[in-house]
Design a protein around this ligand. Structure first.
Ligand code: PEP
Ligand code: MN
Length: 337
């Protein structure tokens, strides 16, 4: 349920209303917008008498939210959420756009440093690299684990780029202290115990859409993190599995428009895992920028044919530079529209 308050409400009136609502056993979430203050209620609202609240002179309106996701709902928080990376200029949402780039997996310090320096020069604001890799086969390279995170932290110190890497097991969380954004991969989108634990920390989480999950399920997974109090969630569309075989997945760009309508959370697109082929990354990156994505996550490798993971979809640093330039042109065109 949301309660829209009239503009001139006095602080004491607002405070009294909140106290009363909380005494009814619900939690409140206040969103101060440019034109209105919204009080969102979570919990069991069945006992709340909406007519009573509607009758208060400082209340503009009361609406029950029919969707099962509340905190992630735009009705709850009409303005875009801007997710900021602490201690850096990197931000996602509300007009802020970010390029995340780097190798699929961390292979060596020299590799990550070379890639980081080049993607930074091309305009990337966040460095990616997998240390724990969710691979279909147990015989494939599984990542450097703790050593991979140490390398990312070292390259962060050398380049100043904040880092994002994927968590697969909550037991590994202590290793993620220096990680700026924690990624939940497609395969873990519905690992609810992991999501609940990530709700307890105060760090941005990039939540990827599952291989065969719909938009509502993605939002419900974001809700798990937000329900714990961590509201810094970035959603990521990375393609879903369909009957199509020419691409690794099918990139659902309509999800960007739908998510922006339903939710206030920023939405990033990953054209690398969506297509599985380097030659399709540029057109899909441009399309994602054109439809209003708040950022892109792109795999870049210094030597794609020799990559230990996802070489066929990885761009060379030169190809990434070309994509970054073209994306800027699309962004300028839509911003000046
Ligand atoms: C990744 O980003 O390295 C990854 C494994 O992606 P996804 O979870 O989207 O498959
Ligand atoms: Mn990958």
């Amino acid at each position: 349920m949301i309660i829209a308050l009239k503009k001139g409400i006095r602080a004491e009136e607002q405070e009294r209303l909140i106290q009363w609502l909380e005494s009814q056993g619900v939690r409140t979430h206040i969103s101060v917008g440019e034109f209105q203050t919204i009080v969102g209620l979570v919990g069991d609202t069945t006992r709340i008498d909406t007519d009573l609240i509607r009758g208060l002179e400082f209340v503009e309106g009361v609406t029950r939210i029919s969707e099962p996701f509340k905190k992630a709902n735009r009705k709850f928080h009409p303005d875009d959420t801007v997710v900021r990376v602490e201690g850096t200029d990197a931000a996602f949402g509300g007009g802020a756009f970010q390029l995340i780039a780097g190798p699929c997996s961390v292979e060596s310090e020299a590799q990550v440093e070379t890639i980081a320096r080049s993607v930074k020069a091309s305009g990337a604001g966040v460095l990616r690299g997998g240390a724990f890799k969710p691979r279909t086969s147990p015989y494939d390279f599984q990542g450097l684990h703790e050593e991979g995170i140490r390398i990312l932290s070292e390259v962060k110190k050398l380049t100043g780029l904040p880092i994002i890497t994927e968590i697969m097991d909550i037991a590994h969380l202590p290793l993620f202290e220096d990680v700026d954004i924690i990624q939940v991969g497609a395969r873990n989108m519905q690992n609810f115990e992991l999501l609940k634990e990530l709700g307890r920390i105060r760090k941005p989480i990039l939540l990827k859409r599952g291989l065969a999950n719909n938009i509502k399920e993605l939002l419900m997974s974001a809700e798990y993190i937000m329900a714990g109090g961590n509201e810094q969630v970035i959603l990521c569309e990375r393609g879903v599995r369909t009957f199509e075989t020419y691409t690794r997945n099918t990139l659902d760009l309509s999800a960007v428009a739908v998510l922006h309508e339903l939710s206030h959370l920023p939405v990033v697109v990953d054209p690398s895992h969506a297509t599985g082929a380097a030659r399709y990354v540029k057109p899909m990156a441009l399309a994602a920028a054109a439809c209003g994505a708040d950022g892109l996550m792109i795999e870049v490798h210094n030597d794609p044919p020799r990559a230990l993971c996802d070489g066929p979809q990885s761009l060379t640093p030169e190809q990434f530079d070309d994509v970054a330039k073209a994306v800027r042109k699309v962004r300028d065109a839509i911003l000046n529209d």
